[in-house]
Design a protein around this ligand. Structure first.
Ligand code: SAM
Length: 453
């Protein structure tokens, strides 16, 4: 049977989609190749959130077409995911070596289309249509003993991602996601719980529930019950699964942080005390132009409530610098927000104009130099706060779920604390999947170190 190599760009949702496609292909008999040089099919799972991600994938495909195709003319080349969705057939016009363009609602069709192309029944396939029910098609996992995306046999995994919904209805003015992922579509609680239970039975201890805006989960389908949103109802159902030790989710939207969700951190011991809460800007004026749907006061209020319930709550965020019209004053408000909230870490994005989004044609587009300069200034503040917050953990005992040997030094084990900080400790034995207490003695760059306690 042919072998496939999948390279992934972008977010955890993309990682998860690639894993599911790989598992689906493996179930149909395809092999998973450790590199593109050894593959009969090369698929790039793409990201459209910023132009840089798109250019990277296009550049990669150009070099594959020039190098791999020249030596092995029968290799099948494909784009899938967000850029495939937004550019469709254009990709084949631009890169005629590409055989397959698979949109975000069509991942589960990969095997059928590849079978057709490999058997010569079809020359090129472009499918970027909508498909009812496709949100429930991302459910296969690569489990212990199966070959993974890198072609290696998978060891037991302590953690797993589970996709609970697809799409986004928020329409932030900077964001391409509603156009690439479509409208919000949620899986049923029963379906999600069945997948999580299967993972727990396979030894997975921590599950991260994934969606573009997870807090909007089943907003239209599930009525609030005893004041609890559909998302909190889902958390309760997953919490009841035996063998599962920890639950996380990403990304929430601040406007979805009702008291029912804050309260869930108090009531559900498996729900880890960490929140990735994208703020995007520290200026109310920018938040309004971005169509974020909250004010700074509301955002800070949510963080305060979370830290009241769980004082050790790890809070991380996404921030965009250089949004159209952002003045020096707006940017300084972002710096002061970072200082006020004391984020544990933040992903900083230089604003990138995206096709068909309202912000791309807003007045006040800023030159690259200003975006870069603000990025560097904010990064310095975030790093300084992060270093202080990590250092404040020295002397504490933290519970770590061990994920396996550290990549840098296999004589050490690596895991995460409940508040989502990477912890490394000396132990040559593979302690994967175990919950262990570590006495923190040192803080490095966004990592904590210490012996087992
Ligand atoms: N669910 C998240 C939210 O609440 O906004 C969005 C996830 S998005 C894939 C990840 C991050 O990319 C966003 O939070 C935002 O900071 C950044 N991003 C999105 N569009 C962008 C753009 N046009 N330019 C720069 N950064 C962008």
């Amino acid at each position: 049977m042919p072998t496939v190599y999948i390279k992934t760009y972008g977010c955890q949702m993309n990682e998860r989609d690639s894993e599911a496609v790989a598992a689906q292909l493996a179930a149909k008999g395809y092999g998973l190749a450790p590199s593109e040089a050894l593959a009969d099919v090369i698929l790039l799972n793409t990201c459209s959130v910023r132009d840089m991600a798109e250019q990277k994938a296009i550049g990669k495909m150009q070099s594959i077409a020039a190098e791999v195709r020249r030596e092995r003319p029968n290799v099948v080349l494909g784009f899938m995911g967000c850029m495939a969705q937004s550019r469709g057939r254009q990709l084949i016009d631009q890169l005629p070596d590409v055989d397959l363009v698979l949109g975000t609602q069509k991942f589960h069709r990969a095997a059928d289309y590849l079978d057709d192309i490999l058997a010569g029944r079809r020359e090129k396939v472009v499918d970027v249509g909508g498909e009812t029910g496709s949100e429930a098609a991302i459910k296969e996992h690569i489990l212990e003993g199966m070959r993974g995306l890198n072609g290696q046999i998978r060891a037991r995994s302590a953690t797993a991602f589970v996709s609970i919904m697809q799409g986004c209805n928020q329409y932030c003015t900077f964001c391409i996601v509603p156009y690439t992922r479509g409208q919000e579509r949620s899986r049923t609680i029963g379906d999600i719980v069945a997948e999580c239970r299967q993972l727990a039975e396979a030894g997975v201890k921590e599950i991260t529930l994934l969606g573009q805006i997870v807090t909007s989960y089943a907003r239209r389908e599930l009525k609030p019950k005893d004041g609890k949103s559909g998302f909190v109802q889902l958390l309760e159902a997953v919490h009841a699964i035996e063998g599962l030790e920890r639950i996380r989710f990403t990304s929430p939207h601040p406007k979805g942080y009702g008291d029912d969700l804050v309260d869930a951190y108090d009531r559900l011991p498996k729900l880890c005390e960490s929140a990735h809460l994208p703020v995007q800007s520290g200026s109310d004026r920018m938040l309004q132009l971005m169509h974020r749907g909250y004010t700074l006061e509301r955002y800070i209020g949510i963080v305060d409530k979370l830290r009241k319930v769980k004082p050790r709550m790890g809070v991380t965020t996404d921030i965009i610098v250089g949004f159209p019209g952002e003045t020096e004053e707006d940017f300084e408000q972002t710096l002061s927000l970072a200082r006020e909230v004391q984020f544990d870490n933040a992903f900083i994005f230089k604003y990138s104009p995206r096709k068909d989004t309202p912000a791309a044609v807003m007045p006040g587009q800023l030159p690259r130099q200003i975006r870069e300069e603000r990025n560097a200034r904010l990064l310095e503040v975030i790093n300084e706060i992060g270093a202080r917050r990590y250092a404040s953990r020295v002397g504490e005992k933290v519970q770590v779920l061990v994920e396996g040997p550290s990549k840098r030094n296999p004589a050490r084990q690596m895991g995460r604390s409940r508040c989502n900080k990477i912890v490394v400790f000396e132990d040559s034995q593979d302690q994967r999947g175990r919950l262990m207490d570590v006495h923190i003695q040192r803080a490095g760059s966004f990592t904590l170190y210490g012996p087992l306690s």
